[in-house]
Design a protein around this ligand. Structure first.
Ligand code: SF4
Ligand code: SF4
Length: 356
C-alpha cells in the first residue's frame, strides 16, 4: 500500500499520513512515520521471500490471500519478491525444486514456514525430489534446515509452524520451527489460521527496522500478542457480573461470558478483540464461540477438551455449582460473579507473557 502511494505520487501530506497510520498499526508512536516513509521510498529492491509448506492445511496461505489492505497482490508484486511458494507459484516439479535451490543460494531472504515439522520420521512430510537426477523424495525437515542457513529472519506462520498446533498429537509428532532450528532467527506468528494482518505488519516492521520487532517469551511480537484477550473482551462485564452462557439456545444469554463453555480467553494473549479478522468483521467471541486459545503454545492438546470449562483455574463457587444453576439464580450468580472476579484478578493477574 505504502509503496503504491509512493509510486503513484500522491501528495507528500497523504503519503506521510499513511505512514503514520502504519506506525499506529504496528503499535508504534506516530513519530516513527518518517522512518517508515524512508524505508518505503528507499527500498532499492524487493525483499526476497521463500515460503515453505510443511504439515499444513494451507489455511494460513488462504488467510494471507484474504488480506484486503494491503492486498496480497500489492505485497507479492510490489513489496516482496516471492521466490518459492508451493501453492501460489506457477512452476511445478523439477522447475519448482530448481527455483528453491537457486533462491536458497543468496543469503538474506525472509523465510516463511507454514505447517508443523514431523519429528517421528522425516518421510511423514516431503515436497519435491532431491534433484533432477535423484528422484528420492525431499523431506521438508531437510529443506527447512537448508533454508534456515541463509535466511535473515524466519517467520513461523500459524500455530502449527510455531509449536506444532493440531498436528502435535498425530503419529508424525509435528513440532514447531524453533524445535528444529532453534529460536535465534525465529518470529512466531501463531493462531489457527494466522491473522494475515500480523504477517503484513511483521514484514513492514522488518523492512523498516531491519530487525525483528520486540518479542515475548514465546517469540511472538508484543505489538500483536502483548495483551490478554480476557482483559479486552466485550463480554468481560458479564463475567464480572457472573452472567455466563449455560444454554446456547437461550436468547437472553446470547451476549453472556463464555467461560463455562470453555473459553480460554483468560489464558490467551492476542489482539483479537481489537483487530478481529477480515477487516475486523468478526472474531470468535464476537461470533458467540469460546476462544480456543489458538495463539498459545498449549493449543490444541494442552487446552483439550476445548469446550469444557478449564479446571486448572480455581474459581470457588462456580466450580462447585452445577452449570444449570449458574445463570438462573440471579442473586447467587451475582455473588458468584463477584467472587469469581476477585479470585480471577489474583489468578489471571499473574501475567508473564504479555509483560513488556
Ligand atoms: S472468559 Fe472469555 S468470554 Fe468471558 S470475559 Fe473472558 S475472554 Fe470474554
Ligand atoms: S479468539 Fe482465541 S481462538 Fe479465536 S482467533 Fe483469537 S486466540 Fe484464536
Amino acid at each position: 500500500m505504502l509503496s503504491n502511494l509512493a509510486k503513484n505520487k500522491v501528495s507528500r501530506r497523504d503519503f506521510m499520513k499513511a505512514c503514520a497510520a502504519m506506525a499506529v498499526y504496528l503499535g508504534l508512536s506516530e513519530s516513527f512515520a518518517p522512518k517508515i516513509a524512508d524505508a518505503v521510498e528507499n527500498a532499492s529492491k524487493k525483499a526476497p521471500v521463500i515460503w515453505l509448506e510443511a504439515q499444513d492445511c494451507a489455511g494460513c496461505s488462504e488467510a494471507f490471500l484474504n488480506l484486503t489492505e494491503p492486498t496480497p497482490a500489492q505485497i507479492i508484486l510490489d513489496t516482496i519478491s516471492l521466490k518459492y511458494h508451493e501453492t501460489l507459484m506457477f512452476g511445478s516439479g523439477y522447475v519448482a525444486d530448481k527455483a528453491l535451490d537457486e533462491a536458497m543460494k543468496t543469503p538474506g531472504y525472509v523465510l516463511v514456514v507454514e505447517g508443523s515439522i514431523p519429528t517421528a520420521d522425516p518421510l511423514f512430510c516431503t515436497a519435491g525430489t532431491m534433484s533432477d537426477t535423484n528422484p528420492a523424495r525431499r523431506p521438508v525437515v531437510e529443506t527447512l534446515k537448508e533454508a534456515y542457513k541463509n535466511a535473515a529472519v524466519v517467520i513461523a506462520l500459524g500455530s502449527c509452524a510455531s509449536w506444532g498446533g493440531v498436528v502435535q498429537a498425530t503419529p508424525s509428532k509435528g513440532r514447531g520451527v524453533s524445535d528444529i532450528v532453534g529460536k535465534e532467527k525465529v518470529i512466531n506468528l501463531p493462531m489457527c489460521p494466522c491473522n494475515p494482518d500480523h504477517l503484513a505488519g511483521t514484514l513492514v516492521y522488518y523492512l523498516t527496522f531491519k530487525k525483528a520487532p520486540p518479542l515475548d517469551i514465546h517469540q511472538r511480537p508484543l505489538m500483536f500478542f502483548g495483551t490478554l484477550i480476557h482483559d479486552n473482551c466485550p463480554r468481560r462485564g458479564h463475567f464480572e457480573r457472573g452472567e455466563f452462557v449455560t444454554n446456547y439456545g437461550d436468547p437472553s444469554q446470547a451476549e453472556y461470558c463464555l467461560y463455562l463453555k470453555g473459553c480460554k480467553g483468560p489464558f490467551t494473549f492476542s489482539d483479537c478483540p481489537s483487530r478481529g479478522f477480515n477487516d475486523n468483521v468478526n472474531w470468535c467471541i464476537k461470533a458467540g464461540a469460546p476462544c480456543a486459545g489458538c495463539s498459545q503454545p498449549e493449543f490444541y492438546a494442552g487446552f483439550s477438551p476445548l469446550y469444557e470449562k478449564s479446571n486448572d483455574v480455581n474459581l470457588p463457587g462456580i466450580g462447585g455449582v452445577p452449570s444449570e444453576t449458574v445463570g438462573t439464580v440471579a442473586a447467587a450468580v451475582t455473588a458468584l460473579g463477584v467472587a469469581a472476579h476477585l479470585v480471577g484478578r489474583s489468578v489471571f493477574g499473574k501475567k508473564k507473557e504479555g509483560d513488556k
